[in-house]
Design a binder for this molecule. Structure first.
Ligand code: NAP
Length: 334
């Protein structure tokens, strides 16, 4: 089958087309013919080798973490899916490979595609949807009337998270640049801050939750937005010791993560707020809940550009600019 792969880690674009064997099916897997895949900054981080410690892949590796398609075969122990089902998924992290014609996916990571969506829109959802869900529902336990700041409301994660937070009844502030102001407001944000002109930490106070997508200075300043007892959840900041324990990291990795997150944990403690690093995981059950929200119209997709399969490297380049408005999708087959 045709696929886009890397055979070495490098920051520049080493992703190239290749013929790869069709994936082998385990008993609890389904084989999915991929119709569309979406691009995530995670693909760039995997490509560069930046996540080797957390995600030790064997090369050559088919890239791609998000897809929608049709089930063509089901393993002997698969109960919930059959050939012909239209599905969407973020495959388990050790079995990625969405920039390809076929993929084998555990049925636990899979859900039926939201009926109202075409394949391209459906492929735009799983990874950012699961990230938003795991941050705001699982980690933050966000409740009606609470105040949440979501950084980069115009990005893949942000566009989903704003809508989910509004659905949960929260008051939502977000950051983006001026050009995106109006449409991010239309997604439901109550307050939109142009991060190029205004210091968000000077105008936002007493928030219950911050979802940090930026790390660095943005992460550190976010502490000041929270009220005592508030939660700072970061998907781009340094991994913390709890995360190291949860993934069963070796002692030296645990130590490294403890050191990397020391400053932010210390600052959070001083402000009486908690710091949590989130690395999202595959979850078919949560994708079913998300499909329901899409079905009711509570959440809409935001797709910036759709590239043909042959232009997968260009789709990655576009995401690498950091200027995408919502999601970038690759149309794999008709
Ligand atoms: N740990 C995890 O499980 C996990 C999961 C998903 C994503 N992530 C990470 O989270 C980050 C965001 O992911 P994404 O998919 O949302 O990225 P994305 O779609 O590529 O984000 C692009 C958007 O970010 C905005 N932006 C850039 N710099 C900004 C800043 N300083 N303040 C506010 N907005 C800014 C841009 O708006 P302008 O053009 O207006 O600047 C653009 O619309 C990435 O680093 C990704 O790897 C982690």
């Amino acid at each position: 089958m045709k696929a886009f792969i890397i055979d070495r880690y490098e920051s520049s674009n080493v992703v190239h087309a290749s013929e790869m064997p069709e994936p082998e099916l385990r008993e609890d897997d389904v084989l999915v013919q991929i119709h569309a895949a979406s691009v995530n900054p995670l693909d760039l981080k995997i490509r560069s080798g930046a996540l080797k410690l957390i995600l030790p892949y064997r090369l050559p590796l088919i890239l791609g973490n998000d897809l929608a398609g049709v089930v063509v075969r089901a393993g002997a122990r698969v109960r919930r899916f059959k050939p012909g089902d239209e599905v969407y998924t973020r495959p388990e992290q050790e079995r990625i490979g969405a920039f390809a014609e076929y993929i084998a996916v555990s049925e636990n990571a899979l859900a039926l595609k939201p009926k109202a969506l075409n394949m391209e829109d459906a492929a735009s959802i799983p990874l950012v949807g699961l990230t938003g869900w795991q941050a705001l529902v699982e980690k933050a336990n966000l409740k009606k009337g609470q105040k949440v700041l979501i950084h980069a409301g115009s990005g893949g994660v942000g566009t989903f998270a704003i809508q989910l937070a509004k659905h949960l009844g929260a008051y939502v502030a977000t950051t983006t640049s001026a050009a995106n102001y109006d449409w991010v407001k239309r997604l439901g944000a109550d307050v939109v801050i142009d991060y190029k002109k205004t210091d968000f930490e000077a105008v936002l106070h007493d928030y219950d939750v911050v979802l940090d997508t930026q790390g660095g200075a943005t992460l550190m300043k976010s502490v000041r937005v929270l009220k005592p007892g508030g939660k700072l959840i970061s998907i781009s900041g340094p991994p913390d010791p709890d995360f190291a324990r949860a993934i069963g990291a070796a002692w030296f990795v645990r130590m490294a993560m403890g050191m990397l997150s020391y400053r932010i944990r210390k600052l959070a403690k001083r402000h009486q707020v908690s710091y949590v690093f989130l690395f999202m995981r595959a979850d078919g059950e949560q994708l079913r809940h998300i499909a329901e929200l899409i079905g009711t119209g509570a959440i809409c997709t935001v797709v910036d550009k759709i590239f043909p399969f042959a232009s997968t490297p260009e789709a990655l380049d576009y995401v690498e600019t950091g200027r995408a408005k919502g999601k970038v999708v690759v149309k794999v087959s008709a």
